[in-house]
Write a protein that binds this ligand. Sequence first.
Ligand SMILES: Nc1ncnc2c1ncn2[C@@H]1O[C@H](COP(=O)(O)OP(=O)(O)O)[C@@H](O)[C@H]1O
Ligand SMILES: CC(C)(COP(=O)(O)O)[C@@H](O)C(=O)NCCC(=O)O
Length: 399
Amino acid sequence: MEHNREVEIDGNSNPIQISRLALDIGGSLIKLVYFSRNSGDDEDPPKDKVGVSSGVNGRLHFAMFETAKINDCLQFISANKLLLGGGFQHQENCTNGMSFIKATGGGAYKFSELFKEKLGIILEKEDEMDCLVTGANFLLKAVNQEAFTYLNGSKEFVQINHNDLYPYLLVNIGSGVSMIKVDGDGKFERVSGTSVGGGTFWGLGKLLTKCQSFDELLELSHRGDNKAIDTLVGDIYGGMDYSKIGLSSTTIASSFGKATSHCKELEDYKPEDISWSLLRMISNNIGQISYLNALRFGLKRIFFGGFFIRSHSYTMDTIAVAVHFWSKGEAKAMFLRHEGFLGALGAFMSYERHSLDDLVVNQMMPLPVNASLGTDTNYDPLNGDINGTESIQCSVYRA
Ligand SMILES: Nc1ncnc2c1ncn2[C@@H]1O[C@H](COP(=O)(O)OP(=O)(O)O)[C@@H](O)[C@H]1O
Ligand SMILES: CC(C)(COP(=O)(O)O)[C@@H](O)C(=O)NCCC(=O)O
């Protein structure tokens, strides 16, 4: 299977040196982050302030696979030689010929034997919440134009002040949802969660619409009209607003309320309307619970991550409107460009904390210099390419 040719060979057909692969094996998707050094970097390593060569330039690559298709992921790792770790560093601590790879998510436990058997690697497990927080802090501090707000269809990048980042609420919408109060690097508490998350949208959506892919389901929602399925305040109040309690006639009074009709069966509803109602129901609910948790701890900023979002305009709009509505404009919903890769990035950064290796990815130093999205970005969340990839230009520094 062809995935990402450009990481396999450089312009001179030399193998590109891959180092530091990290994985986040979630309930729905496997996320990979790996570093490839720029070709020719041997001759020209970056210098620090006193002119001492201190690091290696390269790119951080991102890729994902459905967890159900884990064999495709194993093949990708193997075909692209992601375990070689040659060149400027060795991320593996070899024991009995086995290499160690940092991995997080439930699948790091569930599939550890499979990785050992098929690739001869040991998954060194990192805590999922820890990794999410590390990944989010890294992105917010190191990558320009990472966080943005989304209101009324327009995206606005937020300049993050490193000295005024904490505290914030991190809401990771994966298969399920975790809400984490973040107070600093490695300082956090998982304060809430809900099982009504991305898996719920995809699972119920699949059953109700017969869609064959998550992207198809999302795409359908664009053409949907939730009035066909949701009961609106106006449906109950004879077309009027219930202004005394601040509800307009178009507010959803009851998600899927109209589906109780005795005269209609599932076939009588359009799949696109079902998709839109479902997306709104789940996004609204997550937005509301997030706001309530932000209120509980007096947090004004809520960052949303996880692949449920998929940079999808309706999803972000619904979440942002819910947070705005419930907080009366006090709290702000923000989204992340690398939404789904927080855990994998956190696992990637954890080499620094635990390995005896003398190499670190310097989070605070020149990484941001080139940390804008690379020109070889070909990841388009809505084109249905599950194995879409993306990369960020960056540098890895010696400790
Ligand atoms: N191609 C896809 N296939 C399945 N689910 C997808 C896909 N793209 C986005 N999703 C959504 O992303 C969710 C998984 O998000 P993710 O952050 O990767 O969580 P997890 O770690 O649980 O796998 C799914 O439940 C689904 O809502
Ligand atoms: C168990 C999980 C942390 C696993 O993470 P995921 O694979 O969903 O990203 C997550 O699904 C979750 O937080 N679920 C909500 C459980 C609850 O608080 O009710």
